[in-house]
Design a protein around this ligand. Structure first.
Ligand code: T1G
Length: 697
């Protein structure tokens, strides 16, 4: 007998065992129909005298992966998840959750309210709500500590990570792991439970195991440091402290109230925006859904310098052989030694074994020419940012590689069309712009050229995901998106020094906003020699004021190279702590005098607005030029690239929250103060203000 209760939930009978199957692709999210279907299944199960146990199992690739995120901004439809879970908790007969894939959020909360939990090998479990600025709201807070203890529960809830089946079994989250055929195993398990007396085990009846209350405050401090500015982890600690000393029903209500408040919070709205934006960024105009990426089994990387090494590590980490091509044996040996040293650091930290290091190093093949690339599927050039050298390298690669191979450039600001023009098969060519250090930074800007084939775009996107990056496709533009917007923030930071701000004031304002580091501390980290070289490379394209604003050159000329020389914009003590330096104040005063610029006190608001509104204005131009497909793509870029705080949603989401009319007003004000060249409102902002729209509408 199969009872189709809803289009997403069916109920079958296997003798005395009822089986409710959820089938709501792609991840069996707890949409309204699933909640209603499960409620009907439980009613049917309770009504039937023959039914002795109920199994809840899912079709497709995973057990329920949580509430349906898309429903959060819609009116709530009963039964809400908490009501369904309370219904489960009142069942007089045992219910068994049979899990596979990723049992997450509300899905795991359903399992926690069942009498028994079994899992297919390879299944994973988590309460990732905190990554959406939320917290479990349907029993995760009140039930998980009762099963695995407060410390383990707080880790899962405040970090939002996943645990595997062995850890879940060991911690008491699951009762049994099965190797295959989960459905049949679950029915057999149900029969075993019935034969053993059909005991109902209510998690809500368990008491919270003793724990060290001091632990919570220690964890609170650690969470505040690790997740700076994020509210949900702090509330998780509050709730965990509450659970132990509060009757279950009251604690459950407090949990639900906290979750409901977070759903409405700006931080959660921002993080849910990014969750959707990161997935939307994978859908590329002109690349039909389902376009098969080309297979990549072996990669060639040209240029064993800093970027080439980092990119090589990305592929070695996923077990893909890498041919690292360099001009001399010495540079190749140095690259291999550096890669080995980076892995050695992981061994020291206990995150990698020596054997794993050798496995990865064995995949690295140094080469002095392109002869061994006949079976490479992807080649990425990461040589010096010199157009002629890159063109030679790309042409040489194309001659050596098979016709099906994808060729990519890691260029950060050269013209992608000019690079493509040197190839006989430009359809195979795209940009893959990594960020230093390439083996650490999540962002990957994939760059489409006019001739790039759809399956090549699919390949660089799929490859980006495969190496653990957040790939975003961008179009032709100097500096693409991230660096092009960063250059406007850097420009304003420099101009603010000329107008009277100090490096420490600008850095403080941006760090207080939520960036991990300010522009001047960052410059000291990168090195003033590097900053001066980058400035020299772009000088010709700068405005007269930018060209005259040569503070970087003055610092470099004075040997103030930043951390590496003990002083740059700051001076550094023996622990490399940055300290304001009167020498810099004097240098800035001389610079202003030389430039004939009066000094004035500058407020924090002006610093923030000039730095960030300049970025937003440039982003509007980028969108109008089509150099980015969506405003959400720009938010994904900035929250994964240069540390825009994710709980503020990215520059476009943030600008919409402020309101484009207010931003436009400020742009007009700064046009007068700094110059039309720098702050004339972008046409898109003018249009949106006229229509009352926002970037993300
Ligand atoms: N709701 C709606 N759609 C979802 C979804 C969800 N929870 N999770 C994924 N999707 C969509 C996603 O948008 C994409 O759609 C497709 O599924 C594949 O996802 C009350 C309040 C499960 C590990 O936070 O972590 O429960 O782009 O590309 O890489 O206490 O999706 O194809 O149209 O990510 O294999 C808690 C979020 C919710 C889990 C799979 N749950 N999802 O990863 O595929 S709040 C979560 C994930 C909650 C309760 C609280 C991942 C995944 P499209 P994907 P994947």
């Amino acid at each position: 007998m199969t009872l189709a209760l809803e289009k997403t939930v069916s109920l079958e009978r296997a003798g005395e065992i009822f089986v409710a199957t959820v089938d709501n692709p792609p991840v069996n999210a707890l949409s309204h129909s699933v909640r209603a279907g499960l409620a009907d299944a439980i009613d049917e199960f309770e009504r039937s005298d023959e039914a002795r146990a109920l199994v809840i199992v899912c079709a497709g690739r995973t057990f329920i992966a949580g509430a349906d995120i898309r429903e959060f901004n819609k009116p709530l439809q009963e039964p809400r998840l908490g009501t369904l879970i309370d219904r489960l908790d009142r069942c007089e007969k045992p219910v068994i959750a049979a899990m596979h894939g990723t049992a997450l959020g509300g899905g795991l909360e359903i399992a926690l309210a069942c009498s028994y939990r079994i899992a297919l090998e390879g299944a994973r479990f988590g309460l990732p709500e905190v990554k959406l600025g939320l917290l479990p709201g349907s029993g995760g807070i009140v039930r998980l500590p009762r099963l695995i203890g407060v410390e383990n529960a707080l880790t899962m809830i405040s970090e939002g990570g996943q645990i595997g089946t062995q850890e879940a079994l060991q911690k008491g989250l699951v009762d049994e792991i099965v190797a295959n055929d989960l459905g049949a195993s679950a029915v057999a398990f149900g029969r075993f439970v019935v034969a053993s007396g059909g005991l109902v085990r209510r998690t809500s009846d368990l008491s919270v195991p003793d724990f060290d209350a001091g632990l919570l405050e220690t964890r609170r401090a650690a969470l505040a440091k690790k997740h700076k500015g994020l509210k949900a982890p702090q509330i998780a600690v509050d709730l965990m402290a509450m659970v132990a000393g509060t009757p279950f029903a009251e604690a459950a209500e407090k949990e639900y109230a906290a979750c409901k408040a977070l759903i409405a919070s700006p931080q959660s709205q921002a993080l849910r925006h990014l969750f959707s934006a990161e997935r939307a960024a994978l859908k590329i105009k002109g690349v039909p859904q389902g376009t098969a990426p080309r297979e990549v089994h072996k990669v060639a990387i040209v240029g064993p310098g800093t970027m080439g090494r980092g990119i090589a590590i990305c592929f070695l980490d996923i077990g893909v052989p890498v041919v690292l091509v360099g001009r001399g044996r010495e540079s190749l040996d140095k690259a291999a030694a550096t890669i080995r040293k980076i892995y050695g650091g992981k061994v020291k930290r206990g995150t990698m074994s020596e054997a794993e290091v050798e496995t990865r190093m064995a995949l690295l093949e140094p080469a002095l020419d392109y002869d061994g690339l006949g079976d490479a599927d992807l080649a990425i050039e990461a040589v010096t940012e010199d157009l002629e050298i890159k063109k030679q390298v790309l042409a040489g690669l194309e001659a050596a590689l098979p016709e099906r191979a994808v060729i990519a450039s890691n260029t950060s600001f050269l013209d992608i069309e000019v690079l493509a023009s040197c190839l006989a098969r430009p359809k195979n060519f795209a940009g893959m712009h990594f960020f230093n250090p390439a083996n650490v930074m999540k962002l990957l800007e994939n760059v489409r050229a006019g001739a790039t084939a759809p399956d090549v775009l699919a390949t660089v996107t799929a490859t980006g995901k495969r190496i653990g990056k957040v790939p975003v496709l961008v179009g032709r533009s100097e500096g693409f998106v991230a660096n092009r917007m960063l250059s406007k923030r850097s420009r304003e930071a420099q101009f603010l020094l000329e107008d009277g701000a100090t490096p420490q004031q600008v850095d403080r304002v941006l760090v207080e906003f939520g960036f991990p580091i300010g522009p001047f501390a960052l410059a000291d980290l990168a090195g003033m020699d590097v900053m001066a070289a980058t400035r020299a490379a772009r000088l010709a394209s700068m405005t007269p004021r930018e060209q005259a604003c040569d503070i970087v050159d003055k610092l470099a000329a004075a040997g103030r190279l930043g951390q590496k020389s003990g002083a740059g914009y700051y001076r550094y003590d023996e622990n490399r702590k940055p300290l304001p330096d009167p020498v810099v104040d004097d240098m800035l005063a001389s610079h202003r005098a030389e430039r004939g610029l009066p000094r004035r006190d500058i407020g924090d608001e002006e610093i923030l607005e000039r730095c960030l509104y300049a970025m937003v204005n440039e982003a509007a131009r980028i969108l109008d030029e089509g150099a980015a497909e969506r405003a959400g793509d720009i938010d994904v870029i900035w929250t994964n690239g240069f540390g825009w705080p994710a709980y503020l949603g990215g520059p476009m989401f943030w600008a919409d929250q402020i309101g484009l009319p207010d931003i436009r007003k400020a742009l007009v004000k700064y046009s007068g103060l700094v110059g039309e060249t720098y702050f004339k409102p972008a046409a898109l902002i003018d249009r949106l203000v006229q229509t009352g729209g926002g970037f993300l509408d």
